[in-house]
Design a protein around this ligand. Structure first.
Ligand SMILES: C[S@@+](CC[C@H](N)C(=O)[O-])C[C@H]1O[C@@H](n2cnc3c(N)ncnc32)[C@H](O)[C@@H]1O
Length: 360
């Protein structure tokens, strides 16, 4: 604007040479140029050409001798573990014959004591004890992923303390039935549910509008009609149930045709070295936790789904007690294995109706 003095922005100013005092020609006796002060401690001096900085020196030179030793030992340990792990992973997966040797006992569970009573003892501490391990292994995501697939009228077998409750989505799941043989484990599950009534021993309640029934029941002898549920869920259970093959057969029996059985289980992994380690500690682990973590989950499920001769009631056409060979009732639609093969996520689809009301 006219008449207004234009202010020059200071940011437009170019930095000029540093202001110097005008040379004086007064007769000042010439002084020797100042020299850098010598360091009083020669060991802390900066080598010629290096830029001095506060706390200078490499991180290694700043480490104490003990720190250096710890670092070196740690490095060697990590290297050795890496080399060992690499060569172990090169070994072929567990052979079928090795699986078979374990099958004879593990599939039937015949040589393994029934550890159900353990769960009544550990129920109160169960969630606290396993929470950290499950978190570290990403099991919360695995549970969310598989349990989130449940829909319609849903049954969970060997449901324990109800660790999957958070992952059932209402109204996708219309009703949930949780079963287990341990009343103490079910009592823990009940704490997450708002009771709406308590008829006899069973509890009927709800969580976030999802109606829930808690029923004490053996997974190998389910008190439900055949072809009844849209989804049956089992997580971390086949390791504990005394006859896991029968439990899967029962899960299939009570599932409607077109419905699904969703399994998240743990057992033998891909590698011999790992399975040998599981075998060595399985009995001790089962004594404490009630769970045999070395079972061949894939073969248990295969055995359960294999067509079996069923005894059909006399109806005039089939003689009473006569065994008839059947087509498979269900098929595996997907298998995903994590954690070196020890965690199994298996989806099973029921393809035809069960003709019998119980498996035995
Ligand atoms: C390792 S816990 C798993 C609990 C739960 N499914 C979970 O994912 O946290 C195994 C459960 O199986 C139950 N169990 C053992 N044998 C059973 C059987 N024959 N029938 C039903 N539940 C059984 C135990 O009481 C225990 O609650």
């Amino acid at each position: 604007m006219a008449g207004k003095p234009t202010k020059k922005s200071s940011s437009n100013k170019r930095p000029g040479p540093p202001l110097r005092a005008p040379p004086t020609h007064a007769a000042v006796p010439s002084q020797p140029a100042p020299t850098a002060a010598k360091p009083s401690n020669p060991t802390l001096s900066t080598p010629a050409g290096a830029t001095p900085a506060a706390g200078s020196g490499s991180w290694w030179s700043r480490l104490s001798p003990r720190g250096k030793a710890a670092f070196a030992v740690g490095g060697i340990a990590v290297y050795a573990a890496g080399v060992y792990g690499f060569f172990q992973l090169q070994r072929p997966p567990t052979s079928d014959s090795e699986h078979d040797r374990h099958d004879a006992c593990a599939v039937a569970g015949s040589d393994q004591p029934d550890r159900r009573a353990v769960y009544d003892e550990i129920a109160r501490d169960y969630d606290r004890e396993i929470a950290r391990d499950e978190w570290a292994m990403g099991m919360l995501l695995v549970r969310r992923w598989m349990v989130g697939k449940a829909k319609g009228d849903t049954l969970e077998i060997a449901a324990g303390t109800g660790r999957n409750l958070a992952y059932y989505r209402f109204p996708r799941v219309s009703h949930l039935t949780l079963t287990d043989t341990s009343s103490a484990m079910l009592a823990e599950a009940a704490k997450h549910i708002s009771p709406t009534s308590t008829p006899s021993t069973d509890l009927v309640g709800a969580k976030d509008a999802l109606p829930i029934s808690l029923i004490e029941a053996d997974a190998t002898r389910l008190p439900f009609a055949s072809n009844n549920f849209d989804t049956v869920v089992s997580t971390m259970s086949l390791c504990s149930v005394h006859d896991p093959t029968l439990a899967v057969r029962e899960a299939v029996r009570v599932t409607k045709p077109g419905g699904r059985v969703l399994l998240v289980e743990h057992g033998r992994g891909h590698y011999n070295w790992l399975n040998r380690a599981l075998d060595r500690s399985a009995e001790k682990h089962a004594e404490k936790w009630g769970c045999y973590f070395h079972r061949p989950i894939g073969q248990i499920v295969d055995a359960a789904l294999a067509p079996v001769a069923q005894v059909v009631e006399s109806d005039g056409k089939v003689a009473e007690g006569m065994a008839v060979a059947t087509e498979p009732l269900a098929k595996i639609t997907s298998v995903t294995r994590l954690h070196l093969g020890t965690t199994w996520m298996i989806e099973i689809e029921k393809v035809r109706a069960s003709a019998v009301e119980t498996v035995d």
